[in-house]
Design a protein around this ligand. Structure first.
Ligand SMILES: *Cc1c(COP(=O)(O)O)cnc(C)c1O
Length: 454
C-alpha cells in the first residue's frame, strides 16, 4: 500500500508539467512584488485537516501568488543583482528536484559530487588558483563568506597562538559587502576597517591603516572584493594578494557578483584572485544558474576540512581518514551538513552550452553598461556618478530628490516597464543599473531613461 502522499497522481503531474512548460516557454513577465497588485489575497484557512485539491492550489499559486513576485529573470529586472538562469540550468534543476539528489557525502552521493567538483575545478582554473584547489557549492555568498572566514580565522589563530583568540582580526574595506561584517559578528572577532581609495581597497590604503593601528600584528587576514555590489568596483587584488602571501595572511576574495567577470573581456582585472586562500563566486548571480548557488573554493581544501568537518559518532563512517581528500564530502567544506546538489544545474548548463556561451553572455552585460554610460553622458538631464564598474552603472537625474527617485522606481514597476531601484552613493540618492541578462535591450535602456524625463 502506497501512502497517499507518495502516490503518483497523473492528473496533478500533467498540471504541474503544463505549469512549468508554460513558464519556461514564455518571456518572463516582470510582475509586481509588493507594489502594484493590491491587496494581497488571503491565505486564511488554506491549511486544513484533510488537505485541498492540488490542481486548485496550483491555480491559486499561479494566479494569485506568482504575479506578486517580481521575476528576477526578466531582462527588465535591473535592480539589486538579478538572476537569470539559463534554460538548461532550469531544466536540470527540475531533474535534481525529481531525483531527490543529495549532495552531502562521497559515501552517499559520489555521482553528484564528481560532477559538482568538475564545475568547481573549472572555476578554480579560470581564477588561476593552483591545482588541488577545491571546495563545495553552498547556498549563497553570505554562507560562502562565513565559511571561508571561519577557516581563515582558525588558520590565523593556529599560526599565532601568542595572540588571544578573540583578538585576531581581518582587514576589510569599508566598502565590503554587508555579509562580511555579519560573518565577523558571528565569528565574534573584529575588523580593521580600512578607508578605501575612492571606494577601492588598495595596498596603499591597507598600509596606511596598518601604520596607524596600535596592533597591526593582530591582523591575520585580508578580505578583498572582486566587484562591489553597489558599484562593481574591483579591489587591488594583485597588491593585496601579494602582500598577504608575503606576510602569511589569509587572503579571501569575495567575488559573489563580479567573479563572473572571469568570463568577460575584463578578466584581467581579476587576475589577483590567483593569490586567494579562499574565493567565492555565486553562479546564481552572473553565471546564470538558478538560486541558490555559491561556489566556495579553497587553495588548500585539507585546511578547510580540518576546521569545518562535523564530527559525530554517526558521521565517523564518512571520515575514516582526516588527511585524505580522496573521498570528497562537500559537507566538510562549508557550514552545512545535509545539502541539495545545487551545483548540478550550473554544471549541466556549462557542459551543454560550452564556455564560449558564458563568455558572450557575461560580456553582453558589460556592453549594456557601456551603452548606458554613453547614453547618459549624451543627455544633459543626466550625469554619470562614476565610470561603470563591470556591469553596474550609477547615475543622477539632475535635480531629483530621494522622493522623486523612489516615486519613479515604483511608477515604472507599476507600468511594468522595468524594475530599477535607487541606491545611495556618498550619502546621495542616485539611480543604479545592474545589468546581467544578455537579452536586456538598448531600447529598454532608452525607454527607462526617457521615463525619468516625464
Ligand atoms: C550578493 C553578494 C554577497 C552575498 O551573496 P548571497 O548569495 O546574496 O548571500 C556577498 N558579497 C557580494 C560582493 C555580493 O554581491
Amino acid at each position: 500500500m502506497t501512502h497517499p502522499m507518495f502516490k503518483y497522481d497523473p492528473v496533478l503531474a500533467e498540471a504541474i508539467f503544463a505549469h512549468c512548460r508554460a513558464r519556461l516557454e514564455m518571456d518572463a513577465p516582470l510582475d509586481y512584488g509588493s507594489h502594484g497588485l493590491t491587496p494581497m489575497p488571503s491565505l486564511d484557512g488554506l491549511i486544513t485537516h484533510e488537505g485541498r485539491d492540488a490542481v486548485e492550489v496550483l491555480e491559486f499559486f499561479g494566479e494569485q501568488l506568482a504575479p506578486r513576485v517580481v521575476s528576477i529573470d526578466s531582462p527588465a529586472f535591473l535592480a539589486f543583482i538579478p538572476n537569470a538562469p539559463t534554460m538548461n540550468s532550469r531544466f536540470f534543476d527540475m531533474v535534481v528536484a525529481a531525483s531527490a539528489l543529495n549532495g552531502t557525502s562521497w559515501l552517499e552521493s559520489a555521482g553528484a559530487v564528481v560532477a559538482e567538483n568538475q564545475a568547481l575545478q573549472f572555476l578554480s582554473q579560470r581564477a588561476g588558483m593552483p591545482e588541488g584547489s577545491g571546495g563545495a557549492f553552498v547556498s549563497g555568498g553570505t554562507i560562502g563568506n562565513l565559511s571561508a572566514l571561519t577557516v581563515g580565522r582558525d588558520t590565523g589563530q593556529a599560526r599565532h597562538p601568542d595572540i588571544p583568540r578573540h583578538l585576531v582580526r581581518f582587514a576589510i574595506s569599508a566598502a565590503a559587502h554587508s555579509s562580511i561584517g555579519k560573518a565577523l559578528h558571528v565569528l565574534g572577532i573584529e575588523a580593521l576597517v580600512v578607508e578605501p581609495d575612492d571606494h577601492r581597497f588598495t595596498l596603499a590604503a591597507l598600509e596606511r591603516a596598518l601604520a596607524n593601528d596600535p596592533h597591526p600584528e593582530t591582523v591575520i587576514g585580508i578580505v578583498a572584493t572582486a566587484g562591489t555590489t553597489n558599484a562593481g568596483i574591483v579591489d587591488d587584488l594583485e597588491g593585496l594578494g601579494t602582500y598577504a602571501r608575503a606576510n602569511d595572511l589569509w587572503f579571501h576574495v569575495d567575488g559573489a557578483y563580479g567573479g563572473a567577470a572571469l568570463f568577460s573581456e575584463q578578466r584581467h582585472l581579476l587576475s589577483g584572485i590567483r593569490h586567494a586562500d579562499s574565493f567565492i563566486v555565486d553562479p546564481h548571480k552572473w553565471l546564470f544558474a538558478p538560486l541558490d548557488c555559491c561556489a566556495l573554493l579553497y587553495r588548500k581544501p585539507v585546511a578547510a576540512k580540518k576546521f569545518l568537518a562535523q564530527q559525530a559518532s554517526y558521521l565517523d563512517i564518512l571520515h575514516q581518514d582526516e588527511e585524505s581528500l580522496e573521498e570528497w564530502n562537500p559537507s566538510d567544506f562549508g557550514l552545512h551538513l545535509s545539502r541539495r546538489a545545487r551545483g548540478l544545474p550550473f554544471w549541466f548548463s556549462l557542459v551543454t552550452n560550452g564556455v564560449e556561451a558564458y563568455e558572450t553572455a557575461t560580456q553582453a552585460a558589460i556592453d549594456l553598461a557601456d551603452y548606458a554610460v554613453r547614453t547618459i553622458e549624451a543627455h544633459e538631464a543626466f550625469e554619470l556618478v562614476r565610470p561603470a564598474g563591470l556591469s553596474i552603472v550609477l547615475y543622477r537625474r539632475k535635480g531629483w530628490t530621494e522622493q522623486q527617485y523612489i516615486a519613479w522606481s515604483e511608477r515604472v514597476l507599476r507600468e511594468q516597464l522595468a524594475f530599477v531601484t535607487p541606491t545611495k552613493w556618498e550619502g546621495e540618492t542616485v539611480a543604479r543599473f545592474a545589468f546581467l541578462h544578455p537579452d536586456t535591450t538598448t531600447e529598454l535602456i532608452d525607454a527607462i531613461l526617457a521615463s525619468m524625463l516625464d
